[in-house]
Design a protein around this ligand. Sequence first.
Ligand SMILES: Nc1ncnc2c1ncn2[C@@H]1O[C@H](COP(=O)(O)OP(=O)(O)OP(=O)(O)O)[C@@H](O)[C@H]1O
Length: 240
Amino acid sequence: MLELRNITYEVDDNNENKEILKNVSVTIDDHFVAITGPNGGGKSTLAKMIAGIIRPTSGQILLDGEDITGLNITERARKGISFAFQQPVHFKGLTVKDLITIAAGKEMSVNEICDILSEVGLCAREYIDREINGSLSGGELKRIEIAMITARGTKLSIFDEPEAGIDLWSFNSLIKVFEKMRDEINGTILIISHQERILDIADKIIVIADGQVRKTGTKAEVLPELLNTAQTCQTLIDKA
Ligand SMILES: Nc1ncnc2c1ncn2[C@@H]1O[C@H](COP(=O)(O)OP(=O)(O)OP(=O)(O)O)[C@@H](O)[C@H]1O
C-alpha cells in the first residue's frame, strides 16, 4: 500500500515560487489505479515523486507503512517500485534480450522472453536480438519499456501515459496488455492516462487538477462527472 501524506512540491520558476502539488493526500491500495486530469495538473510530477526522481518540498510517502520519502530512485526500486520511462535506456550493443534479462534480475530462457515480447504485441523472433537504438520506432521502444516492467513484476509499477505516441492499432493491443497485466500481476499498477478505455479497466480513478486531488473513486463514481466536464468543455470550444 502506498500512502501520500500532505505532499507539496514547489519549484523556483524564474525567481518566483511555483506550487505544483498542493497538500496532496491519497492512498493507493487497489490493484489497478489510474490517475487522470487536465494537462499541467501535476500528474507526471506526482508519478516522478512516487518513483523517487524528485523529492517533495514537504509531506511524506509511505510504502507498506515504511517512510520512503528520503529514499532515491535506486533505493525505491529495491523496495519494489518501478517507473516506466517514455523510452528505455540506450547502451551501445545492448539488445532487447539483454534488457529484459536485466529487468527480470534472473536468467530467462528464449521462450520466456518471447512470451513477454508477444504480450506487448511484438513479434518476438524479430526483436529479441535487436539492439536498443534509434532504428526502433517510438511505439516499439515504448512496448519494450512496458515488457521490461512486466518482466520485473514489482510491488508497484508506474506508467506515465503509455498510450502517448502509439497508433490506433497498437493502442488496441496496448489495452489488452494492461488488461492481461491487471489479471495476472500481483502488485499494484499505477497508470497516468487520458484514455477512457484505460480508465474503464481501473479499480480506482484519481483526478488531479491544479496540483490537487479533485476526486477519488471507482469508475462509476468518477467517470460520469469527468466525461460530463469534458463534454461541456468541448461544447464551449465548438461554440467559440
Ligand atoms: N521543474 C519545473 N519548473 C517549473 N514548472 C514545472 C516544473 N515541473 C513541472 N512544472 C509545471 O507543473 C505543472 C504540472 O506538470 P506535470 O507534468 O506534472 O503535469 P501533467 O498533469 O502530467 O500534465 P500532462 O497531462 O500535460 O502530461 C505544469 O504546468 C508544468 O509546466
